[in-house]
Design a protein around this ligand. Sequence first.
Ligand SMILES: Nc1ncnc2c1ncn2[C@@H]1O[C@H](COP(=O)(O)OP(=O)(O)OP(=O)(O)O)[C@@H](O)[C@H]1O
Ligand SMILES: O=P(O)(O)O[C@H]1[C@H](OP(=O)(O)O)[C@@H](OP(=O)(O)O)[C@@H](O)[C@@H](O)[C@@H]1OP(=O)(O)O
Ligand SMILES: [Mg+2]
Length: 323
Amino acid sequence: MASRRVGFCLSVKKRRRINLSAFAHLCAGRGIEVVEIDLSRTMDSQGPFDIIVHKLSDVIVEAEHDSQSQQLLDNFQTYVSTHPRTVLLDPLPAMRQLLDRFASYRIISKLQNTLQGKSICCPPYLEINTTDMSAIQEAVDRKQLTYPLICKTRVAHGSRSHEMSLIFSRAGLRDARPPCVLQSFVNHGAVLHKVFVVGEQHFTVARPSLKNFPTGPYDRKTIFFNSHEVSKPESCSHLTALDETMPRVPAPNEDLMVAMVKELRAALGMALFGVDVITNIDTHTLTIIDINIFPGYEGVPQFFSSLLSHIEYVLDMSHDPKH
Ligand SMILES: Nc1ncnc2c1ncn2[C@@H]1O[C@H](COP(=O)(O)OP(=O)(O)OP(=O)(O)O)[C@@H](O)[C@H]1O
Ligand SMILES: O=P(O)(O)O[C@H]1[C@H](OP(=O)(O)O)[C@@H](OP(=O)(O)O)[C@@H](O)[C@@H](O)[C@@H]1OP(=O)(O)O
Ligand SMILES: [Mg+2]
């Protein structure tokens, strides 16, 4: 079998975390060569590639205000468009939707309609584009969003996108920093499930999450936090500590997760993504709070073997004359 080449285009942080040399070793046993792409060099000099696995979200976000990142992105895009036989995991337009929380919550809301009757939902939310306080207050009232509200930046990826706040009353709305999403906080017993998707497969891991709060509004100062302080495996924050007497919420139903992942894969047109779900402690409704591009897959020992099978599957399909 002729050797096949997989290019990886990742940030320094991601490369450090992922241990690419271990994956390269696994691939070598299947006649697949792994190449780390250096975006600052010409792509042609590093190719050819049968497939490119990337997480260009940082570069795309930076390209908005940085011409050097824009140049790197242009070079990458030129290579991709002049090499149509190179498969991209995942396609850039598909990935771009998830850089914008406005777009991703629209996708989740649609899914709620597609999976009607299956007890899956998206928390009620608003897209905020204005600094006009009275307009924000009026929109919150009109949409009947319940307090507390969680405020998330419109940009969904990159270091600044994880700074959030919990707003407890109308007065607290002044702490919202547009453009952002205001979303009703859903009590879920401080447990989050991360559903990590790799093509046809998915893996679910439990993580710490924000604790329950009494339904508002009430007079309390806005809490500012970084999402990575509350929902990483090692997170240990006063915001996640739950009262011992609180009943435990059931784990999400697996059939429901299968249906959710299938619909989302089709809706997104992506293979490598993560869905963060919580279970409403009152209604037991599965609630989708976030979708992430190429997440960390921490706690998924099968990630490498699963990624390799997916790459092989995609390459076989792309060489099959019937496709
Ligand atoms: N609507 C909600 N109701 C209750 N808790 C929520 C809600 N949305 C978010 N959270 C809590 O806030 C945390 C961060 O939210 P979210 O996943 O949207 O942030 P993120 O920065 O996109 O995270 P990630 O690092 O997974 O991309 C969640 O892990 C969860 O604990
Ligand atoms: O920090 P990790 O590596 O584990 O992965 C995180 C990833 O960072 P990365 O850039 O290193 O992939 C984040 O990406 P950015 O939003 O910052 O772009 C985001 O997708 C998180 O959801 C991931 O956490 P997880 O969902 O897996 O807990
Ligand atoms: Mg996210």
